[in-house]
Design a binder for this molecule. Structure first.
Ligand code: UGA
Length: 378
């Protein structure tokens, strides 16, 4: 018998996470009466697993023989089942061959598929997760930093990303420029990692993550600036249709959602913002009751002075620029996610702008990696 302990991802401080994790381990250990393996899956500051191993030994009743292992998960929201059954790799953080044997038995069907397995110590297994998320965040901020350079030089970040992606050493996944990353994982994890490294006296090693964070947040202001540029710099009283609220498509999660942040900033600048999202409206309305919400894409864009795409839902990609154009007051659009066909929009008389792309730019074909991603998720 073994039990996997996962805890809810908490918004905000890491301390809140740890209260749950500690509580779960403590509660569980108090009921164990024989040899058992407790497997943690939560994303935690490095050092937590060893601390919990000591905690469960202390709390478990006399006669129990409890060991802790760490088995980080790398699930993406919206692909949880697929990522569980067919992960890119498994990581077992263990303190004994017995613990490894238990985990191998538990994951037998996944291992039989040929899934790579890395057997490691506890701190390495904890680090894998935050290092992976930090790398992904860095990759996104790297291309968004290039977008800033492109804007200063007249270059096109979409073409740049496409050209880079064909280098198999670089690859195209997580190299999609735009409004940047949000959600309950990447932003929180890079900040927690940076703080933990400071505690360990090696903060300098990951100081670049602070810059990764800063680049990411600058994308939000830049999106607002682009919308403002389309209305001659004055957002006051302008009607803006904000398409998207979720932090990414195929999710109703609005935690640290760049889309909602941009909508807030536009509103703060005096714009009359109407938000529409296919799935995340209820969650958005809960945290941002002051926004106007439209029941549909078409309702959102009626009489808009500017449309701004903030989350790349398929519904927005599929929308017909002529049909949308018939509803808006002026055909102006900011594509915050490089999700639309710029040529089609321009051909339909839209003023089309995207972060890191020149005023007149060529449409870039969807990347090979993105096609793979879509197939994988189908
Ligand atoms: C992320 C990781 O991808 C998972 O591997 C990890 O297990 C999970 O965090 C976690 O820590 O639990 P998730 O938060 O579901 O998964 O979302 P991602 O698909 O990673 O996207 C994160 C953000 O990056 C989104 O806002 C997305 O719009 C943005 N993004 C992604 C880009 O801006 N550009 C890209 O090229 C890719």
């Amino acid at each position: 018998h073994f039990v996997c302990v996962g805890t809810p991802q908490q918004r905000g401080s890491n301390a809140a996470d740890l209260t749950y994790v500690d509580g779960a381990f403590r509660e569980l250990a108090s009921h164990i009466t024989r040899r058992a393996l407790v497997v943690g899956k939560s994303t935690v500051p490095v050092g937590t697993a060893a601390r919990l191993a000591a905690l469960v030994r202390e709390v478990a009743p006399a006669g129990a023989d409890v060991e802790v292992a760490w088995n980080p998960e790398f699930l993406r929201e919206g692909y949880a089942v697929q990522d569980t059954l067919h992960p890119d790799r498994l990581v077992f953080g263990v303190e004994s061959p017995w613990a490894e044997a238990q985990l191998r038995a538990a994951f037998r069907p996944v291992l039989d598929e040929g899934t790579p397995l890395v057997v490691a110590d506890l701190p390495t297994s904890e680090l894998v997760k935050v290092a992976a998320n930090s790398f992904l965040a860095t990759k996104i901020s790297f291309i968004n930093a290039m977008a800033e350079i492109c804007e200063a030089t007249g270059a096109d970040v979409s073409l740049l990303a496409s050209a880079l992606s064909h280098d198999t050493r670089i690859g195209g996944r997580f190299l999609k420029p735009g409004l940047g990353f949000g959600g309950g994982c990447l932003p929180k994890d890079i900040r927690a990692f940076s703080a933990r490294a400071d505690e360990l006296g090696v903060g300098q090693a990951v100081r670049f993550l602070d810059e990764v964070d800063a680049i990411n947040l600058r994308r939000r202001q830049r999106t607002v600036d682009l919308v403002a540029e389309l209305v001659d710099g004055d957002l006051a009283g302008k009607k803006v249709a904000a398409l998207g609220a979720a932090f990414k498509p195929n999710s109703d999660d609005i935690r640290d959602a760049p889309a909602l942040d941009v909508a807030r900033m536009l509103r703060d600048a005096g714009a009359i913002v109407t938000v529409y999202d296919p799935e995340a409206m209820a969650n958005a309305a809960r945290v941002r009751p002051e926004f106007r919400y439209a029941p549909s894409l078409t309702a959102a864009v009626v009489d808009a002075d500017v449309v701004v795409l903030l989350t790349e839902w398929q519904q927005f990609r599929d929308a017909d620029p002529e049909d949308l154009g018939a509803l808006v007051r002026t055909r102006r659009i900011v594509d915050g996610r490089h999700a639309l066909d710029a040529d089609r929009y321009r051909a339909a008389g839209w003023e089309y702008r995207a972060l890191g792309r020149p005023v007149a730019s060529r449409t870039v074909e969807i990347s090979v990696d993105e096609q793979d991603e879509l197939k994988r998720s189908a």
